[in-house]
Design a protein. Structure first.
Length: 368
């Protein structure tokens, strides 16, 4: 177990768990670093908990570089920065979605109002940027580009889709931008800040983006299949908010191609003419979607994206060993010390790859 994730990686757990706790402690310091007026809203969602997927992934990929740096201050600050950025986007998302709850707690705008919630998200982005500024220009540029993609993904989801654009392809790009990009940069930071090499950075970054898409597709299934008593979230919340997630987009694509069955046509008819604010009506639409093949197809798509993420790790061992050789050569380390370091790198990459495969499986198994 690493954090909240049941990763079967005992060799890594002893190294990563203390660093993850240090990230959690530092996160709480950062969100309560102002005064009694500002601290309650800025700490609200951090204190509500979360999976901390992004810091965990950064710590995992940090094991692929210099062991002396793998749990150091820079990696810990990067872990705090990516989690802060994620939390900031939740404040903004909840205002846009008018969501009453987040992580089982009242959403910020229901407590302090929309303006305060938006400004709170902005404050957290600023604090994340301060942390990243100390990591060097390459890290700053990566964070800036990631935040741009987060915002563009949300804009592309909010604004009308350009005419002639395939709705499924458009939606996948939205997911890659608004979710995959931050998971991707989390993975990249771990490799970047420990000198794992540019090839390793690219491999883990690609993994992060693909698993981010898989994660969101799994969420599309969970939105329809969830038990409100367990999750605190009403099944079909996205439908009620007017968000076309993958199951609905698959229905619309089939309709446009003249291939939609009668059950799917009935669902789209009810979505376009019915009152989704009515709990009974929403429950009926959700029940129909649960029985329609588009839900199973969405689940398959999540599994496919997770499988692609895992397949992309194929060259990881070679990349890590090449990066280790270059790092040792630059440091002038030769002979038995270099051989021992190469052996250690080979063992670590095997452990990390297995943990990353577990990471991918866990994120999509939620939709099983």
């Amino acid at each position: 177990m690493i954090g909240s994730l049941p990763l079967s990686a005992p060799e890594l757990e002893s190294r990563i768990t203390p660093a993850l706790q240090a990230i959690e402690d530092r996160l709480m310091e950062v969100v309560t670093s102002a005064d009694e007026t500002i601290n309650p809203p800025t700490s609200h969602l951090a204190e509500a908990g979360g999976k901390r997927l992004r810091p965990v992934l950064a710590l995992l990929t940090a094991q692929l570089g210099d062991p002396a740096l793998a749990t150091g201050e820079q990696i810990r600050d990067a872990g705090v920065a990516v989690e802060l950025t994620h939390i900031a986007t939740l404040y903004h998302d909840d205002v846009m979605d008018e969501a009453p709850l987040r992580r089982g707690a009242p959403s910020a705008q229901t407590v302090w109002g929309n303006s305060a919630a938006i400004l709170t998200g902005d404050v957290l982005v600023a604090r994340a940027s301060q942390l990243v500024a100390a990591l060097g220009p390459q890290a700053v540029m990566a964070h800036a580009k990631t935040f741009e993609r987060l915002c563009m993904g949300q804009l592309h989801e909010t604004l009308p889709r350009p005419a002639g654009t395939d709705p499924v392809d458009h939606y996948i790009q939205v997911l890659a931008d608004k979710t995959g990009s931050l998971i991707a940069v989390s993975a990249r930071y771990g490799a970047m800040l420990t000198g794992a090499g540019t090839c390793t950075e690219q491999i883990v970054e690609d993994f992060g983006e693909r698993i981010g898409v898989a994660f969101q597709l799994a969420d599309d299934v969970i939105d329809l299949m969830s038990d409100s008593a367990t999750t605190g979230k009403t099944p079909g919340t996205d439908l009620r908010e007017g968000v076309d997630t993958m199951p609905v987009l698959l229905l619309r694509k089939a309709l446009a191609a003249g291939e939609l069955d009668a059950a799917g046509q009935a669902i789209l008819s009810r979505l376009s003419t019915g009152d989704l604010s009515d709990d009974a009506f929403l429950a009926d639409v959700v029940a129909r979607l649960r029985e329609h093949p588009v839900l199973a197809r969405t689940r398959e798509m999540a599994m496919d994206w997770a499988a692609q993420a895992v397949e992309g790790l194929e060259g990881l061992e070679e990349a890590v060993l090449d990066g280790t050789r270059q790092r040792l050569a630059q440091a002038g380390i030769e002979g038995e010390a270099a051989a021992a370091a190469m052996t250690d790198a080979g063992e670590r990459v095997t452990q990390v790859r297995a943990a990353m495969e577990d990471f991918a499986r866990i994120l999509v198994d939620r939709a099983a």
